[in-house]
Design a protein around this ligand. Structure first.
Ligand SMILES: [Mg+2]
Ligand SMILES: [Zn+2]
Length: 188
């Protein structure tokens, strides 16, 4: 049974696709989570949109340049391609967290600015979509956007304690999260 093209799986980057090291600052720190590229390929094959949504305030903090961020993202895409996987979109927020006296940027998670951008671009039905992440910020983003929230126990494993959100599913890693998502969509 084909999945409607309006279904999407949003993925956090650090702690889901690549190992979370608290600000991935250089190419040397790009370690792909085992099985993640193959899991993305399965989503592609199932006909789901796959969109990465990532907070990268390290740019605004001066930890790394936009150019470095783009090179890290390109390396990730290359690794995905080698496994026959591809992303429909990769969005990031390079801004600082909201603070007193500073206007919020509107795209940093748990804000839904980046999810909205993808929704408009591909006509995504958020109520039939999923957000997979390793932090409670990702779970809160899912809630704010009206997607199903899927926690993976790689990376921060949901232990950052920022938001009190219960996930719709908690899975050991992205491959298992994809099993769950495809099970839901195919009604098993
Ligand atoms: Mg993360
Ligand atoms: Zn932003």
């Amino acid at each position: 049974m084909p999945v409607p093209r309006s279904c999407a799986v949003f993925l956090d980057r650090d702690g889901v696709l690549i190992e979370d090291v608290d600000y991935v600052r250089s190419m040397r720190q790009v370690h792909v989570v085992p099985g993640a590229p193959e899991a993305v390929a399965r989503l592609n094959k199932a006909g789901l949109r796959v969109v990465v949504v990532s907070n990268q305030s390290g740019v605004a903090r001066g930890y790394f340049s936009l150019r470095t961020l783009q090179r890290i993202n390109a390396a990730l895409k290359r690794r995905l391609r080698e496994a026959g996987a591809r992303l429909d979109g990769l969005y990031y927020c390079p801004h600082l967290p909201p603070a007193k006296g500073r206007k919020p940027c509107g795209c940093r998670k748990p804000g839904t600015g980046l999810v909205e951008r993808a929704r408009r671009r591909w006509g995504i039905d958020l109520s039939r979509s999923f957000f997979v992440g390793d932090s409670t910020t990702d779970l809160q983003t899912a809630r704010n956007a009206g997607c199903k929230a899927v926690l993976v126990r790689t990376g921060k494993a949901g232990k950052d304690g920022r938001y009190r959100v219960r996930p719709d599913a908690a899975c050991p890693d992205l491959p298992k999260a994809v099993d769950w998502i495809l099970g839901v969509l195919h009604g098993s």
